[in-house]
Design a protein around this ligand. Structure first.
Ligand SMILES: [Fe+2]
Length: 227
C-alpha cells in the first residue's frame, strides 16, 4: 500500500485534466542513465544538425532512438518498472493496472520537432482509459517542451514548463498535443509511457503505429507490479 493517496482514478477520461506529479529524482535518476546510454554527458547540448525536419515517418529514427531501445532493458528496465509501479500507486491507487512495456523515447533537437504533428492518441489506435506519463530528462520550456490543449478539444495549446523530477500526467487519447519548432537552442530529451486500469482495458487486436507491436498484455502492454 502507498503512503500517498491516489490523486485521481478517472472514471471518465475526459474529466482528467493534465497535471504534474513529482518524484524523487535521486531515487529515479533517469537523466544520468540515459546520458550513459546515449554517450552524451550533457543531454541539453545534443545538436542533431544532420537531421532534417522530422515527419511522422522519421521522428523515431535517429541514432539516439536506436541506442535507447537497444540498451533500455539492460540499463534501465528494472528501474523503469519500479518507477511505473510507483506512478501507478500515486495515480491509480490500489487497482490492477497495465503499463507500456517499453517507453517511447523522444528527442527534440534545436530547430526541429520531437513529434511531427499535433494529434490526439485516439488517432493512433489508443483507447479511452489510458493516461500518458510524460517524463522530461532535461529542463523543458517554451518551444522545446510538449504543448497540450488547455481545454479538451479546444485547439488552444499551451507549453508545459517542467524539469527532471516532474512528470506530466495527461489524457493523451482525448487531449490534443504536440510541439512546435524548438528555437530555445537547447535540446529536449524525454520518454513517455501509458498506463490503463485493467478493468478498462479492451484488447481490440490493434497494432501500435509507432512501436509496431500488438497492443495486448504481454506485447505492447505489461501487467504492473503493485508496490
Ligand atoms: Fe501522442
Amino acid at each position: 500500500m502507498s503512503v500517498f493517496a491516489a490523486i485521481h482514478t478517472p472514471s471518465n477520461p475526459s474529466d482528467f485534466a493534465p497535471r504534474v506529479v513529482e518524484y524523487n529524482r535521486r531515487e529515479f535518476d533517469f537523466p544520468r542513465i540515459v546520458a550513459e546510454i546515449l554517450h552524451e554527458p550533457d543531454l541539453q547540448s545534443i545538436v542533431g544538425a544532420e537531421y532534417a525536419r522530422f515527419t511522422r515517418e522519421t521522428d523515431q529514427s535517429t541514432i539516439y532512438h536506436k541506442s535507447f531501445y537497444m540498451q533500455f532493458e539492460a540499463l534501465m528496465g528494472d528501474l523503469y518498472r519500479r518507477f511505473v509501479s510507483h506512478m501507478s500507486d500515486r495515480v491509480f491507487g490500489d487497482v490492477e493496472v497495465y503499463h507500456q512495456a517499453v517507453p517511447t523515447f523522444r528527442v527534440q533537437f534545436p530547430n526541429n520537432l520531437g513529434v511531427a504533428e499535433m494529434h490526439k492518441d485516439s488517432d493512433y489506435r489508443h483507447q479511452n482509459g489510458e493516461l500518458n506519463f510524460w517524463v522530461p530528462l532535461t529542463p523543458v520550456w517554451g518551444s522545446n517542451t510538449i504543448w497540450v490543449e488547455a481545454s479538451r478539444g479546444g485547439h488552444n495549446y499551451q507549453p508545459w514548463t517542467l524539469k527532471p523530477g516532474q512528470v506530466l500526467v495527461f489524457d493523451s487519447v482525448n487531449w490534443r498535443h504536440g510541439n512546435i519548432t524548438n528555437t530555445t537552442g537547447r535540446a529536449r530529451v524525454s520518454f513517455d509511457f501509458r498506463m490503463i486500469p485493467a478493468e478498462k482495458f479492451i484488447d481490440a487486436g490493434e497494432i501500435s503505429v509507432s512501436a509496431h507491436k500488438r497492443m495486448s498484455v504481454g506485447d505492447y502492454w505489461e501487467a504492473t507490479c503493485q508496490d
